[in-house]
Design a protein. Structure first.
Ligand SMILES: *[C@@H]1O[C@H](CO)[C@@H](O)[C@H](O)[C@H]1NC(C)=O
Ligand SMILES: *[C@@H]1O[C@H](CO)[C@@H](O)[C@H](O)[C@H]1NC(C)=O
Ligand SMILES: *[C@@H]1O[C@H](CO)[C@@H](O)[C@H](O)[C@H]1NC(C)=O
Length: 442
């Protein structure tokens, strides 16, 4: 059993005494408790809104109290609902997942909130409502493969978050290692660990291979992503960008339903069509999916194969994503899975399509790929193949994460932060595309 961080055991103990709740049947330490834990935010996609999600061990009401003043009473109230989640492990541990969506938030304004019910409240957290419209410059932290053990990037991400460096987080799959492990206690521990980041910033996700157990149920239950696909695929607008999150895992775990590959592909195509109609307003199309199409790591992963499934589809021809993303002029593709950082030259079908030799990322003639899976987990870092491929621009085998600054409709700034080098920026690149003519390459 994993010990709880001191903060949590003390709080649940206090609550235990104050409420006189008995030591429990749920098998979780200090439970069952009505005290909210694992508090995190997500953006439901509707301007002026934010969803708060948390866990309790007994059913309680779901309320968020919020306001603009850092201290004193919280005058605003929002109600939501909870659903029980029964983990697939032998203990069938039962969590109550609460969701409350705050609406009509003032754009760019900082709020203070707490969540819970009369039976127990969380501590107070702060977040800034996202700005509306396309004319602002979102800053994102992007990474994948962050575990409950060896979460190397987390201390710096916490500090960055406290300093207000980001508007949102993109976690590109693989959480906790694994959320279902130890009867989902590892999932609980992970969600508590990320709380200092995730309770202050919309924490946007896609599923990775480590979420696979029990048909991705821990992933679907614990996060609250936009749309009605349980967070497997969805899209949202953020400033000048349209961000598409999808599951590469549908290509690999076919026993959960082959139809999912086709359903997702059709959804992707229609979403890309819509995004292209809106491209004058939101010029950037950014995708996030866990397993990359290309990589030059020294392992046997799909991305090391010439005809990778994500790139070329099932049987090398069905529902491949490279053609689709190229056809609709996707600008930037964010990946993880490999525990390293790799940036590719603009690429399509193994051909490098630099804007020019001197400025490869200015008017690139193919999508730009970033693989950022080195946030830290128990599996540690992934080595690279000895000889870099001609399409590989930068490779960093160090723990870290990516900062993505979407400056405006034409300029994106990408930086790689190294935790091994105390926060040093180890990659720094601008992607520049003209405002018009972005619906397709050529
Ligand atoms: C797995 O979940 C998906 C939706 O999340 C569902 O469509 C599919 O039928 C499920 N598969 C199995 C075998 O339960
Ligand atoms: C792309 O640009 C980089 C950097 O200038 C250069 O090293 C590489 O050879 C270029 N590739 C092609 C195919 O032009
Ligand atoms: C975007 O920002 C860059 C860098 O500040 C600037 O050079 C460029 O003109 C801006 N583009 C638009 C469309 O405002």
């Amino acid at each position: 059993m994993h010990p709880l961080p001191g903060y949590w055991s003390c709080c649940s103990l206090l609550l235990l005494f104050s409420l006189g709740v008995q030591e429990g049947v749920q098998g979780s330490p200090g439970a069952p408790s009505a005290a909210p834990e694992q508090v995190h935010l997500s953006y439901p996609g509707e301007p002026g809104s934010m969803t708060v999600t948390w866990t309790t061990w007994v059913p309680t009401r779901s309320e968020v109290q919020f306001g603009l003043q850092p201290t004193g009473p919280l005058p605003l109230r929002a109600q939501g609902t909870f659903v029980p989640f029964v983990d697939g492990g032998i203990l069938r541990r039962k969590l109550y997942i609460h969701r409350v969506t705050l609406r009509k938030l003032l754009p760019g304004v900082q709020y203070v909130y707490r969540c819970g019910s009369a039976q127990g409240w969380s501590r107070r957290f702060r977040f800034r409502a996202l700005k509306n419209g396309a004319h602002w410059s979102p800053r994102l932290a992007v990474f994948g493969d962050l575990g409950a053990d060896n979460p190397k990037a987390l201390p710096r991400l916490r500090r960055d978050t406290q300093q207000g460096m980001y508007d949102a987080v993109l976690h590109v799959g693989d959480f906790a290692y694994n959320m279902d492990q130890d009867n989902a206690r590892v999932g609980d521990r992970f969600m508590r660990l990320i709380e200092p980041v995730a309770a202050s910033l919309p924490y946007m996700t896609c599923p990775g291979n480590h979420e696979e157990r029990y048909n991705f149920s821990n992933y679907k239950a614990r996060f609250s992503m936009p749309g009605d696909n349980e967070g497997l695929w969805y899209s949202w607008d953020l400033g000048p960008a349209h961000i598409i999150s999808f599951s590469t895992e549908v290509y690999f775990f076919l026993h959960y339903g082959r139809h999912l590959v086709q359903r997702q592909f059709r959804w992707l195509e229609s979403d890309l069509q819509k995004a292209n109609k809106n491209r004058a307003a939101r010029p950037w199309i950014i995708t996030m999916g866990h397993r990359p199409m290309y990589c030059s790591n020294a392992d046997l992963d799909d991305c090391t194969r010439h005809e990778s499934k994500v790139r070329r589809g099932l049987q090398g021809k069905l529902y491949g994503l490279e053609d689709l993303f190229y056809k609709y002029g996707v600008d930037l593709q964010l990946w993880a899975h490999e525990h390293s950082y790799e940036r590719l030259w603009p690429i399509y079908n193994y051909q490098v399509f630099n804007g020019s030799e001197e400025m490869p990322y200015t008017n690139p003639r193919g999508p730009v790929h970033i693989i950022t899976g080195s946030a830290g987990c128990e599996e540690r870092l992934t080595p690279f193949a000895v000889f870099p491929r001609p399409w590989s621009a930068v490779r960093v085998k160090e723990y870290g994460y990516t900062r993505l600054h979407i400056l405006n409709g034409t300029h994106i700034h990408i930086q790689q932060v190294s935790d091994d080098q105390d926060g040093k920026i180890v990659d720094d690149v601008w992607v520049v595309r003209p405002l018009f003519g972005r619906r397709m390459y050529l």
